[in-house]
Design a protein around this ligand. Structure first.
Ligand code: PYC
Length: 309
């Protein structure tokens, strides 16, 4: 498979350009199910060691239903599939530009959870306009072993998030093992206490927030991804969910720029407007860089051809 690797604010994306599974045509959510049911070893071969790592997010480029879109894309990770991925969409934008398929300006991507508009502002800067984001439940308290009562909002930003009000540990790199453990406990407690997103959607991203380090930023975060790795970027879908919560609480005005720092100090700039249904249409800007272009090979007889684990 021909793949292009990039990172967006530190978080890696691997785009399958050629040689991936043929998922046929039709809506992207149906093609995602075909990927899951018939071609899951392609996901594990791409993401798992020895070709990848737990932190990597994969993106399979597909023929879009609407030919005016730049591409269709299905995101996946070490444990399964993602509805949307903000940093990954920026990685896809920069990868499509690297391939010469798009130039600066406005474009659209089809994803399993809806259409995402994006703007390539230059070779490495992308602004995405995410699917509508909203706060589903406010100030939900959950009892967490070792942490006590943890309170947060449940919000949709293309994935389901628990947006915790406070972080149990300092939001810095040396605390990522403790933050990861704490977020895993919150995730397990939500599951055990049957607290979910709308229609029973699993809350598989846990977001801790705290004050920023840079004087011009508004907040710093730590985001636990579904497969146990933490997001090195401030998380595009998480930043969208956060802005939807701030909007619902009347704490941030439409059109104002929110600067979100990640736990490693990289940043996204975001702003929102409300649509007719009162949901937040969040635009998130970040920077992505190509890190490699390669052919992934599976040799006959390789016991780890589909990855380890
Ligand atoms: O940027 O939306 C995001 C994201 C989700 C998981 C990892 N990054």
């Amino acid at each position: 498979m021909h793949v292009i690797d990039s990172h967006t604010e530190g978080e890696p994306t691997r785009v399958i350009v050629d040689g991936g599974p043929d998922l046929g045509s039709g809506p992207l959510d149906e093609r995602l199910e075909r990927f899951r049911n018939a071609f899951d070893p392609v996901r594990t071969a791409t993401i798992h060691e020895p070709r990848g790592s737990d932190v990597l997010v994969g993106a399979l480029l597909c023929e879009p239903v609407d030919p005016a879109c730049a591409a269709g894309v299905i995101f996946f990770n070490n444990v399964g599939y993602l509805g949307m991925c903000g940093h990954g969409s920026m990685g896809v934008g920069v990868s499509l530009a690297h391939l010469g398929r798009i130039g600066p300006g406005r474009h659209r991507l089809e994803t399993p959870v809806g259409e995402v508009r994006f703007e390539l502002n230059g070779p490495n800067e992308v602004t995405i306009e995410n699917v509508p984001s909203y706060r589903y439940r406010e100030a939900v308290s959950v009892e967490v072993e070792g942490l006590g009562t943890v309170t947060g909002d449940i919000a949709w930003g293309g994935n389901w998030f628990f947006i915790a009000q406070d972080s149990p540990f300092p939001l810095s790199r040396e605390y990522t093992p403790q933050l990861t453990e704490a977020a895993e406990r919150v995730k397990s407690a939500l599951l055990a206490q049957e607290i979910s997103g709308a229609d029973g959607g699993t809350i598989d991203h846990i977001d801790f927030f705290g004050p920023p380090e840079s004087p011009d930023a508004h907040s710093r975060n730590f985001v636990l991804c579904p497969g146990g790795a933490y997001d090195r970027s401030p998380c595009g879908t998480g930043t969208s969910a956060k802005l939807a919560c701030l909007a619902a609480a009347g704490k941030w005005a439409p059109g104002e720029t929110w600067i979100q720092e990640s736990v490693i100090g990289s940043r996204f700039e975001a702003e929102y407007r409300l649509d007719d249904a009162g949901q937040a249409i969040v635009r998130v800007t970040g920077r992505a860089y190509i890190t490699g272009e390669t052919m992934l090979v599976q040799q006959e007889g390789d016991p780890f051809a589909n990855g380890i684990g």
